[in-house]
Write a protein that binds this ligand. Sequence first.
Ligand code: MN
Length: 347
Amino acid sequence: MRMTIGAFARAARLSAKALRLYDELGLLRPATVDERSGYRYYDGSQLERARLIAWLRRLGMPLARITRICELPAGASGAEIAAYWREVTAETESRGRLAAFLVDYLSGRGHVMSGTPMGVRYAARADAGPVRTTNEDAAYAGGRLWAVADGARDGDGDRASAAAVEAMRTLETREIAAGDLLNVLTEAVADADRAVGSTAGGVTTLTALLWTGPELGLVHIGDTRAYLLRDGELHQITHDHTQVQSLLDEGRLTPEEAESHPDRAMLTRALTGDGAAADVSVLTAVAGDRYLLCSDGLSTAVSVAELGTTLRHAASPDAAVAELISLAHAAGAPDNIACVVADIVPV
Ligand code: MN
């Protein structure tokens, strides 16, 4: 059934203008275009596609993705839409956390935080592991800064991880004005990225916490991780920047499949010297908190349950680090192991 653009637009509940746009974008071509008049004619069989496009537009889906979905068979396109929606939800959640922080921060601005005065104790170690002869991991813990970095094996990985941590260490002594923490962290990551850029093509991850009491700044890029043990519960507070994590987020992989995925170590973000897209956030510490920063050499060799048990029972950060590294050795860790444990203690 040949329809004029006006009739087709009415039937599809779209404007003629939208149809012309879809034509230009190649999303939906008219069935025929009159050579002389330039009039567009559609076929009744194109209605379903036109309506699908309109619905996906209402969902806020980018055009390129709509094009892809229109090419898929019905079942696969359903799965693709579900995957898109999970991505949107994950993104909204992470924006929600930032919004909550900003609301908190702006409404508390100028107030002096009261409560228990808190101090810290900490331990750090970077270990080559039982298999590898070189070590590209770096670990650091000081009075204010705790950091781990995992340099890529090819190239200048050991220098890249060391340079990133070294750049962050300037934060140990830097004066930070109240409310300036996010900016300071963002600048520090940019410095760390530049330092990595000055190595011979080195690439590294970086996960760091900066203690300004009771606020803790968190910087994260790559697959090194930060965990928080609070009230006996272990929470992972960083999100891996890996291909596998993206597939998990989109619901294309189950956690069990992810564990044995061959491309588990493939990063989607890292410090390369090209400008870093690190996650930067601020947490409020509570006396009794225990933080763990580690490289994938620990988190892939030792289960979350074992990490939790060890962190719950170790008497001190030193003891926790020693025990975690020996657990990784016992599991035959094929990779380097970087590990920092820091406690927030009442003083
Ligand atoms: Mn590693």
